[in-house]
Design a protein around this ligand. Structure first.
Ligand SMILES: [Zn+2]
Length: 699
C-alpha cells in the first residue's frame, strides 16, 4: 500500500501555485510563443527549477526520496511522495499522479488517483488547479462544471477522455497535452480562454457543437485521427495556425464570430467547411489541403485569405460567399476546382494562382475587380454565365485548355493582354458592356492564340474590343459577331480607331503622341484577310475600306513642307483620289458616274478647240465659234451648235474607245490634248469599275 501523503505537499503547493494573474502572464508568454519567439516560457521555467532545487534529478537518491516527485509543475516542482511503479514504466521515479503505472487504470490506485485529483480541484476553489504532466487513466467528466482555472499542461490522457457538456468557468490550458485515445468535448462550454497549443490527439477528437466564449488556441496542435468541429461556435478568435489534421477534419456549420486563422495548417485528409460562417477575417494563407477541401456554401463575411494555399485534391467552393475581399493569390489547385455560383462581393484576387486541372467559375458573381493576372489554367477553365461587375484582369494568363466565356457579362474592361490561349476559347454570347462610354470592353493586345481557328467570337458585340498587336487573321468571328460602324455609313471600324489615346490600354497605339494609323490598318488588314478566307467578301470589303482609310489618315510627319503635305495628303494623295473615285474599289456605281461625267464634260469641251471631218482635205475645223453665223437667226444657229455637240459626242466616244477610223477628229493641238487626258481618265475609271465589280462578287 502507498501512503496517503498528499496533504503536507498541498501546503507547499500553495506557494508554488501561480495566482490567476500569474496564469494570465503565462498566457501572454504563450501568445509570444505563437508569434515565433518559441519555448521562451518553458526555457525560463527550466532555469528557475535548476536554481530552486539546486540538484540534478538523479544526483542523490536520498535527497530525491526526501523532496519527492521532481516533475515540473507550473513554476515549481510537484513534490508529491514517490510512487513505487513497476520497473521500466517511468523514466525516473515520480509520484502516482505523474506515473505511467498501468495499475492506475483500475482498482485502488485508480481510486487513489481520483481522490487526489478531486482534492486538488476542491482546494483550488475558484483559483488555479494544476494538473500539469499528470498521466490520466480513463476520464469521465460528463456534465461537470470546473470552477478554477485548470492547467492540463503536457498532461497525458492514456484512455478515452469525456468532457461532454462540461463547463469550464475559467481558462483552461491543454498546451502540449497528449490525448492517446479518443477525446470528446462535444457540447463543452469554454467560458474563458482555451489553449490546446501543440496538443496531440492520437485518436478521434470530437468538439461537436462546443462553444468557445473567448479566444481558442489550437496553434500547432496535431489531430492524428478525425477531428470533428461540426457546429462549433467560436465567439472570439480561433487560432488553428500550423495545425496538422492527419485525417478528416470537419468544421461544417461552424461559426467563427471573430478572426479565424488556419495559416499554414495542413489538412491531410478531406477538410469540410461547408456551411461554416466566418464573420471576421478567415486566414488560410499557406494552408495545405492534401485531400478534398470543401467550402460549399461557406460564408466569409470579412476578408478571406487563401494566399499561397495548396489544394492537392478537388476543391469545392460552390456557392461560397465572399462578402469582403477574397485573396487566392499564388494559391495552387492541383485537381478539379469549382467556384460554381460563388459570390465575390469585393475584390477577388487570383493573381499568380495555378489551376492544374479543370476549374469552374460558371455563374460566379464578381461584384468588384477580379484579378487573374499571371494565373495558369492547366486544363479547361469555365466561366460561362459569370458576371464581372468591375475590371477583370487576365493579363499574362495562360489558358492551356478550353477557355469558356459563354454568356459572360463584363461590366467593365476585361483584360487579356499578353494572355496565351493554347487551346480553344469560346466567347459565345459574351457581353462587353463597360459602364463608362469610352472605356474598352475587352483588351486582347499582345494576346497569343495557338489555335486561332478554335477561338470563337459568336454573337458578341466587338465594337469596343481592342485587338492591336494580336494576330486575329484566323480567329473565328461568326456572322453574328458585330463590329461598330464608322460615322457617315463609311463601313465597319475597329475600336482602335476611336479609343481615346489617354486610355491606359492605348499606349501601344501611340506614335509620337499621335494615333498610329499603321497599327490600326494592320488590324483592318487582318480582319480583311480573315473574312476573305471565309468568303465573306462583303465584310472583308468593309475592312478593306478601313485599311485604306487608315492609310489616307496616316499623315506625313517628316521632311520639307510638312504642313502643306499634311494638308494635301488626306485630300489629293493617290489614296485620297482612290477613295474619291471608287471608295477604295468598293463601289462600282461611283466610277460609272464619274465616267459619264467625264465623257459629258469632254463632249462639251471638244467644240471649243474644234473638230473636223477626217475625209475633208484640208480638214475643215468646226468649233462653237465658226458655226455661229452672226447674220442668221437664233434658231438655225442653235441647230448648228447642237449638230456640232452631237459630232463632238461621236468624236469623244471614238477617241476614248480608241477608234482608229473615227469620222471626227479633235482639232490639233488642244483638242488632241483634251482627248488624251479624257482617255486616261475614262480608262482608269473603267478599270476601277471592273475592279469594284470583281471585288463585290468574286476574287
Ligand atoms: Zn509528481
Amino acid at each position: 500500500m502507498l501512503p496517503l501523503v498528499i496533504l503536507p505537499y498541498m501546503t507547499e503547493r500553495k506557494d508554488l501555485a501561480p495566482e490567476e494573474h500569474g496564469a494570465s502572464e503565462s498566457c501572454a508568454a504563450n501568445e509570444e510563443e505563437e508569434q515565433g519567439t518559441a519555448f521562451g516560457a518553458n526555457g525560463e521555467t527550466e532555469l528557475e527549477v535548476g536554481h530552486e532545487t539546486l540538484s540534478e534529478p538523479n544526483a542523490d537518491e536520498n535527497f530525491t526520496e526526501k523532496s519527492g516527485c521532481l516533475t515540473r509543475m507550473g513554476k515549481g516542482t510537484c513534490g508529491r511522495p514517490l510512487h513505487l511503479a513497476p520497473e521500466g514504466v517511468d523514466d525516473r521515479r515520480v509520484c502516482l499522479m505523474h506515473s505511467k503505472d498501468p495499475g492506475k487504470l483500475s482498482g485502488p490506485l485508480f481510486e487513489l488517483f481520483w481522490s487526489a485529483f478531486e482534492e486538488i480541484l476542491e482546494s483550488a476553489g475558484d483559483q488555479a488547479a494544476h494538473f500539469d504532466r499528470f498521466v490520466f487513466p480513463v476520464l469521465n467528466f460528463k456534465g461537470r462544471e470546473f470552477l478554477p482555472y485548470c492547467s492540463f499542461n503536457e498532461a497525458t490522457f492514456s484512455r478515452d477522455v469525456d468532457f461532454r457538456h462540461v463547463a469550464f468557468t475559467r481558462s483552461v490550458d491543454f498546451t502540449r497535452a497528449n490525448f492517446q485515445k479518443n477525446a470528446i468535448f462535444s457540447g463543452t462550454l469554454f467560458e474563458q480562454k482555451v489553449k490546446f497549443n501543440r496538443a496531440v490527439f492520437a485518436q478521434h477528437a470530437t468538439f461537436l457543437e462546443a462553444t468557445f466564449t473567448l479566444i481558442a488556441r489550437f496553434t500547432g496542435a496535431e489531430f492524428r485521427q478525425n477531428a470533428n468541429f461540426r457546429g462549433v461556435t467560436f465567439s472570439r478568435t480561433a487560432k488553428f495556425t500550423d495545425v496538422k489534421f492527419m485525417q478528416k477534419s470537419n468544421f461544417s456549420n461552424a461559426t467563427f464570430a471573430m478572426d479565424a486563422s488556419f495559416r499554414r495548417a495542413i489538412f491531410t485528409q478531406s477538410a469540410g467547411f461547408s456551411g461554416a460562417i466566418f464573420e471576421r477575417d478567415a486566414d488560410f494563407d499557406h494552408a495545405k489541403f492534401l485531400q478534398h477541401g470543401s467550402f460549399f456554401s461557406t460564408r466569409f463575411t470579412q476578408s478571406a485569405r487563401f494566399g499561397s494555399a495548396t489544394f492537392a485534391q478537388d476543391a469545392d467552393l460552390r456557392g461560397a460567399t465572399f462578402a469582403w475581399s477574397a485573396d487566392f493569390s499564388r494559391a495552387t489547385f492541383l485537381q478539379n476546382t469549382t467556384f460554381l455560383s460563388a459570390t465575390f462581393m469585393r475584390n477577388a484576387d487570383f493573381s499568380d494562382a495555378t489551376f492544374s486541372l479543370n476549374v469552374v467559375f460558371s455563374k460566379a458573381n464578381f461584384t468588384q475587380n477580379a484579378d487573374f493576372s499571371r494565373a495558369t489554367f492547366g486544363a479547361a477553365a469555365a466561366f460561362s454565365r459569370a458576371t464581372f461587375g468591375q475590371s477583370t484582369d487576365f493579363t499574362d494568363t495562360t489558358f492551356s485548355g478550353m477557355a469558356g466565356f459563354q454568356l459572360v457579362t463584363f461590366q467593365d474592361t476585361a483584360q487579356w493582354q499578353r494572355s496565351r490561349f493554347l487551346d480553344r476559347a469560346e466567347f459565345r454570347g459574351a457581353k462587353f458592356v463597360p459602364k463608362t462610354d469610352d472605356a474598352p470592353g475587352a483588351v486582347f493586345a499582345l494576346a497569343r492564340f495557338s489555335k486561332p481557328q478554335e477561338i470563337i467570337f459568336d454573337d458578341v458585340d466587338l465594337g469596343r474590343v481592342l485587338f492591336h498587336n494580336c494576330d486575329i487573321s484566323e480567329v473565328w468571328f461568326t456572322s453574328s459577331a458585330q463590329w461598330a460602324t464608322r460615322t457617315g455609313d463609311r463601313g465597319l471600324r475597329v475600336f482602335e480607331e476611336t479609343v481615346s489615346l489617354e486610355s491606359r490600354y492605348a499606349a501601344e497605339l501611340q506614335r509620337n503622341g499621335l494615333r498610329d494609323f499603321r497599327a490600326v490598318a494592320q488590324i483592318c488588314q487582318q480582319l480583311k484577310k480573315n473574312y476573305d478566307s471565309r468568303l465573306d467578301y462583303w465584310t472583308a470589303n468593309e475592312f478593306h475600306f478601313g485599311e485604306m482609310e487608315m492609310k489616307r489618315l496616316d499623315l506625313p510627319r517628316t521632311g520639307g513642307f510638312v504642313r502643306i503635305r499634311e494638308w494635301l495628303h488626306p485630300r489629293f494623295s493617290p489614296v485620297a483620289l482612290y477613295r474619291l473615285a471608287s471608295n477604295y474599289g468598293n463601289s462600282f456605281w461611283k466610277p460609272v458616274t464619274w465616267l459619264t461625267a467625264v465623257l459629258l464634260i469632254f463632249t462639251l469641251l471638244l467644240p471649243v478647240p474644234g473638230i473636223g471631218l477626217k475625209r475633208q482635205i484640208p480638214v475643215r475645223i468646226e468649233s462653237y465659234n465658226t458655226v455661229w453665223n452672226m447674220s442668221d437667226h437664233w434658231t438655225p444657229n442653235i441647230e448648228r451648235e447642237e449638230r456640232i455637240v452631237a459630232k463632238a459626242a461621236i468624236a469623244a466616244v471614238d477617241s476614248v474607245t480608241f477608234q482608229r477610223n473615227a469620222e471626227y477628229l479633235p482639232a490639233y493641238p488642244w483638242g488632241r490634248v483634251l482627248a488624251i487626258l479624257t482617255t486616261l481618265a475614262t480608262s482608269t475609271l473603267f478599270a476601277l469599275f471592273l475592279l469594284a465589280v470583281r471585288r463585290q462578287f468574286k476574287r
